[in-house]
Design a protein around this ligand. Structure first.
Ligand code: GLN
Length: 402
């Protein structure tokens, strides 16, 4: 079974190797999220939080009003477990409109508590212990514990800097008869890579050759720069019914705390995913699903503005980081920048992240939390730029103290 490297240096509260008889074995091999821990440290040291990826600017008034109205109108009880019908209908219409993908709201769309629940519900629904899951590395840290909780084994395929491409031969070598699925996160967290058609064709061909699923995390689908285009792999020939497509409201509508996401999958897969989802959470918050109907029906300008606003912030954070002595990898999508820290001469990313949050007053995420071998991320920090321009400027001021 895969184990996740311990991250004890950032986690003084963690008591290593002292499991009481009431703590399960399955919680032994992973730690708390480093990303969320950095948010706690940012609060503790009053640091500018460029760690956990959530906006610090307000959500749209229209959406907030819709949520308030839903509560006032008494939409406050359990929703139908797989999502209120108007939201499933709105999701179906959105995928039809945006990507020409048809999903039946009755049998193929499930609303979950964010993409986070959607992913673990999916993995629990499709894997057996011993199955292999292919994961591109660096990876979003949740996929580690998700795989462990399912008893699945991860096989890593490197994304190579500076453009975070993968080597097709290495990808092929990762597939085996035990491969159940590949997890594909595009636009990618943490690298900002947007997988193009050629890359998706290679992945799709291998999924079909090895009879494997593509489980996609597409939550940054509308945050794209420099002409990059998001292509759901489900659109590719032969892939619709071997893809489990996951996305959410969090990043597209700047409401990460609402916890409304969804899974689109063929009826047989959906049946299993819905069973897990039902017993994990029953359902995502009813009034926020009501507001989601409005969100999913927003005109196209919403998405154009989202990318335009973020490209300005991306360019600003890169200027700021370059000016402070980092070396940045320029993202094509999502809202993170991977920054090389070797110029600062710290032993590793943990030490540097701690120095930054405690002494300088800026929180970033240690790069090692995105690698299974921590040493590989030891000269990288991830910063997010889904923040007000004034927050980014405040970080610039503080970086003078490095
Ligand atoms: N996806 C965000 C990040 O990578 C936040 C993750 C979370 O805390 N749920 O920072």
């Amino acid at each position: 079974m895969a184990t996740i490297a311990q991250k004890t240096p950032m986690q003084p509260m963690q008591i290593a190797n002292r499991r009481s008889r009431f703590q399960s074995q399955r919680t032994e091999n992973f730690t708390e999220s480093v990303i969320r821990e950095m948010s706690r440290l940012a609060i503790q040291y009053n640091a500018v939080n460029l760690a956990q990826g959530f906006p610090d600017f307000p959500a749209s008034e229209i959406l907030k009003n819709a949520a308030r109205e839903a509560i006032a109108d008494d939409f406050n009880q359990y929703p139908m477990t797989w999502g209120i019908k108007p939201l499933r209908d709105a999701i179906g219409a959105k995928y039809q409109r945006t990507y020409g993908l048809e999903y039946d709201p009755e049998r193929e769309i499930t609303v979950c508590c964010g993409a986070t629940e959607a992913m673990i519900a999916t993995l629990l629904a499709v894997t057996n212990p011993g199955d292999e899951l292919i994961v591109f590395e660096p990876f979003y840290e949740n996929y580690g514990p998700d795989a462990l909780l399912c008893g699945a084994e991860r096989k890593f395929v490197k994304l190579h800097s500076p453009d975070w491409h993968f080597d097709p031969d290495e990808l092929r070598r990762a597939f085996s008869p035990r491969t159940k699925a590949i997890i594909l996160n595009t636009p990618n967290n943490p690298t900002g890579r947007v997988f193009d058609r050629a890359a998706l064709d290679q992945i799709a061909a291998l999924c079909q050759e090895f009879d494997a699923l593509a489980i996609t995390d597409e939550i940054y689908e509308h945050i794209l720069f420099d002409g990059a285009r998001h292509i759901p792999i489900a659109q590719l020939p032969g892939m619709r019914d071997r893809t489990v497509l996951i996305s959410s409201m969090s990043k597209t509508y700047s409401v990460t705390g609402w916890r409304v996401g969804w899974v689109l999958a063929s009826p047989d897969l959906t049946e299993s995913i819905r069973k897990v989802h039902d017993f994990l959470t029953v359902g995502a918050p009813t009034p926020l699903q009501r507001a989601g109907v409005l969100a999913l029906s927003l005109p196209e300008e919403h998405y154009a503005h989202l990318s335009a606003d973020y490209v300005e912030r991306r360019d600003l954070i890169i200027d700021i980081l370059d000016g402070a002595g980092f070396r940045c990898f320029r993202p094509q999508g999502a809202y993170y920048v991977m920054a090389d820290i070797s110029a600062f001469g710290f032993a590793d990313d943990m030490q540097f992240a701690r120095h930054l949050v405690e002494k300088v007053g800026v929180a970033g995420v240690p790069g090692s939390s995105f690698f299974h071998d921590m040493s590989e991320g030891s000269q990288i920090l991830r910063f997010c730029f889904c923040k007000k321009l004034e927050t980014l400027h405040a970080a610039k001021e503080r970086f003078r103290l490095i």
